[in-house]
Design a protein around this ligand. Structure first.
Ligand code: SAH
Length: 350
């Protein structure tokens, strides 16, 4: 029953009616406010080899970097001072003890340094550092991260295998999501939309998976080519399908909103890589989160998961102003100095 409804949305050409429906569900269950998550890409070192991703370990042309603790703390303080309320710490997949100790220490320090009258509990922190063990996730949680993003990428076992080496399994991703929930995180996941070979049926299953796993937050966006990856062979095909994939991404946001109702949904940067006002459109189709980049300008070009990443030459303060105007342009308000947690989470833990 539900699956049929999702498929109807994904196959429909009546975008305006889908948009209206999704927007009204969002308004009723999550409200119209938009919440910021300052996105800091703090290292592009990666032990994984996802075939679609520009920072995969086999990409020898990538300039590898890691920010120092002091750099990260300064950025976190800037993020808090500018009213963002929350930040996302993202990096390539790393699992060594040094990395884990480093992240734990950074989390604790951010918490200490960002407590203020405006933010009595400090900056809200979402972590996005890939697959880890139960013990590591617990340490990060105890150190102050209260949300975690780990995209499932696709729930189709066949597609998952096509996108990843054998050592990276769909089962392990699912297990990680279960552990994160068990520890007490607000858990976010998502998929890439328009992967070569992906069907409408696959995407409908993805949304049913979000529901089955009782997910609190969703971040999805179009799949985009990075020329230094094995998937570059699909460049021509993707170029032809661009408009279709973009519209499908908007419909996925709407379908997720209509079915899941009270979750947080991000209008991702990848949407803007496809359309100059992609993120604004995402907000109109039911998204309520945006992630302004707070990565220092000099390294933005080195954290390219896909070609055509927007905002590479901007400074964080430019992104702040630009996004605010963009959000106002679609009649929405920003919840400054608020964490803007997923309402679904609080219902789930009751
Ligand atoms: N190492 C972390 C962060 C990965 S990058 C982790 O494993 O979670 C964050 C997300 O970027 C990925 O989950 C993936 O969905 C997305 N991404 C990577 N390459 C992409 C591409 N070529 N097109 C669109 N999205 C991509």
């Amino acid at each position: 029953m539900e699956k049929q409804e999702i498929i109807r949305i994904l196959e429909s050409n009546n975008l305006e009616s889908i948009r209206k429906k999704a927007y009204s569900v969002m308004k009723e269950y999550s409200g119209e406010k938009v919440y910021y998550r300052g996105l800091l890409e703090f290292s592009n070192i990666c032990i994984n080899d996802c075939y679609y991703c520009g920072i995969r370990k086999s990409n020898k042309e990538s300039n590898r970097f890691s920010l120092t603790k002091q750099e990260i703390i300064d950025i976190a303080v800037w993020t808090a001072d500018n009213g963002y309320g929350s930040m996302v710490l993202q990096s390539g997949g790393q699992k060594d003890d040094k990395f884990i100790d480093f992240v734990e220490d950074v989390l604790k320090t951010i918490k200490e340094k960002t407590i203020s009258e405006k933010l009595p509990n400090g900056l809200g922190i979402t972590l996005c550092v890939g697959e880890q063990t139960h013990e590591t996730y617990k340490r990060f949680f105890d150190a102050g991260a209260h949300r975690y993003l780990l995209r499932i990428e696709t729930t189709s076992p066949i597609l998952y295998k096509k996108l990843h080496p054998e050592t990276q399994t769909l089962e392990n991703r699912k297990e990680c999501l279960r552990i994160l929930k068990q520890i007490g995180y607000q858990v976010g996941t998502g998929v890439m939309i328009g992967i070569p070979g992906q069907t409408i049926d696959d995407l409908a299953n993805d949304i049913l998976f979000f529901k089955e796993y009782d997910i609190d937050m969703i971040g999805m966006g179009p799949y985009l080519i990075h020329k230094q990856t094995p998937m570059k062979i699909h460049t021509e095909e993707m170029e032809k399908r661009k408009k279709q994939v973009f519209n499908l991404s908007l419909k996925m946001i709407a379908a997720a909103r209509i079915l899941l109702k009270d979750v947080n949904i991000a209008a991702t940067t990848a949407l803007q890589a496809m359309d100059p006002i992609g993120r604004e459109k995402g907000l109109q189709y039911g998204a309520n989160i945006v992630m302004p980049l707070v990565t220092p300008s000099r390294i933005r070009k080195d954290y390219q998961l896909y070609d055509g990443k927007p905002c590479i030459d901007e400074q964080s303060s430019d992104c702040r102003e630009c996004l605010l105007n963009r959000i106002k342009s679609v009649g929405r308000e920003v919840g400054f100095n608020e964490w803007g947690d997923s309402k679904h989470f609080f219902k789930r833990i009751k």
